[in-house]
Design a protein. Structure first.
Length: 423
């Protein structure tokens, strides 16, 4: 069947769906076209639930491109407003120059806040950025009968690293195994494999490569060891974890800037000594008292907005937003840095395939694969870190000057629109 089916044909399939003769998941096969399957599911829900889904229906997405890659049981799409901040000057190894950064959010005042921070950072000479580590992890859990066998097994893995590395090339051209971090608890072993994944965020690549390695281990290790879970939660994916905070996962990035007193006072309307004090009292002491695993003001706000706009795996905001904000007074000027040990981004694969997300990546200049592979993802990581720096700086300044509530009153509750209408 093709996309040229008649309305009567679609109604026939819809009737079969309503009678329970066909399931949601089989509509692409029955109709022969993913877009028609989306239409049929949506009509079914509208009739059954008595709701209108015209907004969800309004999308430019071609589901033929997404079927089998990005979504199952699709009924349409939701829309999130996208704003832009910049120009933001970035002085990185891969990102050099001024950039406009897209943020997708429904939180009023967020874009304005980050934009003011970007103005201050740029006026101060820009954000300096370094990617200190680059490696996606996957940690299979291996059962052995005893700690004696577990220790012997780990030594075998270390001795056979070169052949294990060769297994990765069987599943990917751009990925490579860099290292393994073994952990033993009782008779159980976690092998935390670290991979370079090119311009892909790399979670799928790391999973496939680890599966291939585990198959080789079970076939060739002469002792008693078997993989009982391809992921043993020591990776750690989509959960806050000290291991990612300490050892890193994805890109380990630091962004810093020195904000002159004159810029702080003219752009941020705040004193540098008060910004520094707020960081100590709020981000360091307050987070410690609360028992937080992360010491920052709102990394997740900025990272989530960039992730949604550029097609990243939004669930990985959990670990990507862990990090530390550090400040020092240097005379009357303010040194500020943000450290993100587990920033997981890519420019190919996943949601980056979608048209609007590709366009957002093109605004930054990182759509698709880089030359050589990997440079676009590293460039994106540097720009994200610099944007987080801008957002963190401005929020601390807003708190120091007492402007936070006023900004949300004006931009987060429709006051600016009401004032415009009254003029």
């Amino acid at each position: 069947m093709d996309a040229g089916r008649s309305a009567a044909d679609i109604e026939e399939v819809l009737a079969r769906l309503e009678r329970g003769e066909v399931s949601f998941s089989k509509l692409e096969e029955v109709l022969g076209n993913a877009n028609l399957a989306v239409l049929t599911r949506r009509r079914f829900l509208e009739r059954k639930l008595g709701v209108s889904l015209s907004g969800i229906a309004s999308t430019i997405i071609d589901f033929e491109e997404l079927y089998g890659y990005n979504i199952e049981n699709a009924i349409g799409a939701v829309q999130i407003p996208v704003g832009v901040v910049g120009p933001l000057k970035v002085n990185g190894d891969y990102a050099k120059g001024e950039f406009y950064v897209p943020l997708a959010t429904t939180e009023g005042a967020l874009v304005a806040s980050v934009n003011r921070g970007a103005k201050a950072v740029t006026a101060s000479g820009g954000a300096y950025v370094k990617v200190l580590k680059d490696g996606m992890t996957r940690a299979p859990l291996i059962w052995t009968p005893s700690v004696i066998e577990a220790s012997k097994f780990v030594e075998w893995v270390k001795a056979n690293m070169e052949v294990l590395k060769s297994k990765v090339s069987e599943v990917t051209r751009h990925g490579s195994l860099q290292d393994v971090q073994p952990f033993i608890v009782g008779n159980l072993v976690w092998l935390r494999f670290i991979y370079r994944t090119g311009d892909a965020m790399g979670m799928n690549m790391a999973t496939l490569a680890s599966d291939r390695i585990c198959s080789y281990i079970e076939e060739h290790y002469e002792g008693d060891a078997r993989c009982i879970s391809l992921s043993g939660n020591m990776c750690t994916d989509k959960k806050p974890a000290f291991i990612n905070r300490l050892l890193g996962r994805g890109k380990y990035v630091v962004s810093e800037a020195v904000i002159p007193r004159s810029v702080a006072e003219s752009v941020l309307k705040a004193r540098t000594d008060l910004i520094h004090y707020i960081n100590q009292a709020k981000n360091l002491l307050g987070s410690s008292v609360a028992g937080s695993v992360s010491f920052n003001a709102h990394y997740a706000n900025v990272i989530a907005a960039v992730f949604i706009a550029t097609g990243q795996d939004v669930a990985q905001v959990v670990e990507s937003s862990m990090g530390f904000t550090w400040t020092e007074l240097r005379g009357e000027d303010l040194y500020i840095s943000v450290t993100l040990p587990s920033l997981e981004v890519g420019t190919i694969g996943g949601g980056t395939r979608l048209r609007t997300q590709r366009e957002a990546l093109s605004i930054i200049g990182v759509a698709g694969g880089g030359d050589p592979p990997g440079v676009n993802a590293l460039k994106l990581a540097e720009i994200v870190a610099a944007t987080v720096l801008a957002g963190e700086l401005n929020l601390l300044a807003a708190l120091a000057s007492g402007h936070l509530a006023k900004a949300h009153e004006k931009l987060g509750r429709g006051r600016a629109r009401q004032a415009r209408l009254e003029r």
